[in-house]
Design a protein around this ligand. Structure first.
Ligand code: SAM
Length: 343
């Protein structure tokens, strides 16, 4: 079953019949087969969406923080992300390769902020109209009618300096990364509970800007640190942050632990509890379920979570030996240590 956004696009399939089109962050891969034009390409910020599109259609698809195609496009469709600044960056990135009078479309749930499309399209067009709405979603269209500046990815990068446990870190942050331009309070509470780590393989799951992994690499230079995230924007930031801090780390795209191999001595995370704009614990529940297979006996997991999230029963079930390392009115830091590899 297609997502409501894709169903709304399909009701307007005649828009995509001709010319070269780019679809950005399509929530389901099947839309590419439903739209019959073979000149439709997919561009993704999220590895799970990219994998679904690749496995369900023959169209060309790319997964990256920035679109680097150079063939002029007759139209682009953006699935509205959570962060408005991410749309601004996407438009600045893609507009320079749109042909004159190309169509710019945005589709999204009404509660996702889709109504701000006319404002977001303003630098590119004075005429944005809502052409359809159904299933709690709306579809807006504009026609490129203003001059566009070349895209400079560096203009969107912020370098933020943070200090944790006397470690100075410089982090790269771009729109769309978790907690853009700031150190998250929960992450800070977690890092304050990590004074030392085992010396072997360490994993930062859901790395965002890379703040946890880089901190680990700094306090334990002998460790091999792997950082992973589903978001190309996060992976870009993590790679840049690693360069800024002169640390050698391994940065990997993965939906959950699907692409992660090896066995780890320590795992550290501020795990996600949102998918898009919805609260969703399933990513972290699957992560906790699969993690023991990737932990060495005796390995530690340190995790920070909102106080109301009930991860303890899952930790007890899959890993065991729980300790609460810190607790305030909003967050708690939990440690769980695997004594025996699970069967
Ligand atoms: C709460 S943020 C923490 C980011 C960073 N570690 C920090 O502390 O600032 C959770 C991260 O998990 C990532 N994430 C969400 N779903 C994921 C999935 N299915 N697989 C891997 N990472 C995911 C998000 O992109 C986000 O960067």
């Amino acid at each position: 079953m297609l997502s409501p956004q894709s169903q709304l696009l399909l009701r307007n399939a005649e828009l995509f019949e001709n010319g070269r089109w780019l679809i950005v962050n399509a929530s389901d891969g099947a839309i590419f087969n439903e739209l019959k034009n073979p000149d439709i390409e997919g561009f993704f910020h999220y590895f799970d969406q990219y994998q679904r599109a690749k496995s369900s259609s023959k169209n060309h698809h790319t997964f990256s923080a920035f679109y680097t195609g150079s063939q002029p496009l007759d139209g682009v469709v953006i699935y509205m992300p959570k962060a408005k600044e991410q749309v601004e960056m996407l438009l600045a990135n893609i507009a320079p390769i749109l042909s004159s009078e190309a169509k710019i479309l945005m589709v999204g749930e009404n509660k996702s902020g889709i109504k701000s499309s006319p404002k977001l399209f303003k630098p590119y067009s004075d005429n944005t109209i809502k052409i359809d709405s159904a299933r709690h979603c709306s579809l807006y269209v504009a026609c490129l009618d203003k001059p566009v500046k070349p895209f400079d990815s560096k203009r969107w990068q912020h370098h933020i300096k943070v200090e944790v446990n006397n470690q100075q870190l410089t982090l790269c942050s771009i729109p769309g990364v978790f907690n853009h331009k700031q150190l998250d309070k929960a992450t800070e509470l977690l890092l304050n509970q990590i004074n030392s780590t085992p010396k072997g393989n360490l994993l930062d799951f859901g790395c965002g800007t890379g703040v946890i992994g880089i901190y680990l690499a700094k306090i334990t230079p002998q460790a091999h640190v792997t950082m992973t995230d589903v978001s190309a924007i996060a992976l870009y930031c993590a790679e840049e942050s690693a360069k800024l801090n002169n640390v050698d780390v391994n940065v990997l795209a993965s939906n959950g632990l699907s692409q992660i191999k090896g066995s780890f001595d320590g795992v550290y995370t501020n795990p996600p509890f949102h998918t898009g704009i919805k609260t969703d614990y399933s990513v972290t529940e699957n992560f906790l379920h699969q993690l023991p297979q990737l932990m060495k006996p005796g390995a530690e997991l340190k995790l920070v979570a909102n106080s109301f999230l009930q991860y303890e029963p899952l930790l007890e079930k899959y890993i065991g030996n729980i300790e609460i390392l810190a607790n305030n009115t909003k967050f708690k830091v939990l440690q769980s240590r695997l004594l025996q590899r699970s069967k």
